[in-house]
Design a protein around this ligand. Structure first.
Ligand SMILES: [Zn+2]
Ligand SMILES: [Zn+2]
Length: 268
């Protein structure tokens, strides 16, 4: 079985000492590549560096909605300019994660920055990786305002209900699931993960975040058990599901087709 982690924070300091070992462990277990996400201007270089050092790891970057309030208007504008440049030079394969984080408040600013990222994704023709937490209705109305959006939209760590999937029908939307689906009590994400059309499903660890109970942090290798759980949830043979997920990954991130060895090595 081979699988691709579409959302991980391999540059996070929590993984620092063991980054190479943990990634090698994942590669050995069948994880064939990943997109590592840089979340704020001051750590973007670290994300790019991590992607360049680890086999089959690619970078995506944006200003995360949780850090928006810590930045000056100038830092935000300079950041967006830098993202534009990274998109043009091909050092990132997606714009994200950006979006709205309900508990962070300050929505006027969050929406403004979210809209700057939408514009950038449209301009650069790169997929948009969304972090939407407790702000689904608001995020949807921002997306609708900017429709049509002719790039793929990935709902990372999708936390909406199965019924809400239809709200995204007018977008080229993918729904990405992390370790929450392994918790039998997490009825909402499990229900949504079961209901998503097979050609719209993606997987991620979001490591080191979203650890399972009792663990200090999650690890790249956890993707294998997420895919295994998803196969059992959807009552599908593991290999058939894994193949469909890889297919979705290259459809969503077309540049994976012609870069590095993911293509030949893993992502069919
Ligand atoms: Zn997130
Ligand atoms: Zn994340």
């Amino acid at each position: 079985m081979r699988c691709f982690d579409t959302h991980i924070h391999l540059d996070d300091p929590a993984l620092e000492d063991r980054r190479t070992t943990l990634w090698q462990q994942a590669l050995d277990a069948g994880v064939c590549g990943a997109i590592t996400i840089g979340v704020e201007p001051k750590t973007w270089q670290r994300a790019l560096q991590t992607a360049s050092e680890l086999k089959n790891v690619h970078a995506a970057m944006a200003i995360h909605p949780m850090v928006v309030a810590n930045l000056s208007p100038n830092e935000i504008d300079q950041g967006v300019e830098r993202l534009d440049e990274c998109a043009r030079t091909g050092s990132i394969l997606a714009i994200g994660e950006c979006g709205l984080h309900g508990p962070a408040g300050n929505f006027e600013l969050q929406i403004k920055v979210f809209e700057q990222h939408i514009a950038l994704a449209k301009k650069s023709h790169l997929p948009l990786l969304l972090h939407v937490y407790r702000a689904h209705a608001m995020a949807l109305s921002v997306l609708q305002k900017h429709a049509p959006i002719d790039v793929p939209i990935v709902m990372h760590s999708y936390s909406g209900s199965a019924q809400s999937l239809a709200d995204f029908a007018h977008f080229d939307a993918y729904f990405c699931f992390a370790s929450a689906i392994r918790n039998p009590l997490a009825k909402k994400p499990r229900g949504a993960a079961k209901a998503v059309a097979l050609n719209r499903l993606l997987v991620e660890t979001d490591a080191p975040f979203q650890p399972t109970r009792g663990a200090a942090h999650s690890c790249p290798i956890d993707l294998v058990s997420i895919v295994t759980e998803l196969a059992s949830l959807r009552e599908m043979p593991l290999n058939a599901l894994a193949e469909a997920l890889l297919h979705n990954t290259t459809r969503c991130f077309p540049s994976l087709h012609d870069c590095c060895s993911c293509n030949g090595d893993g992502v069919a």
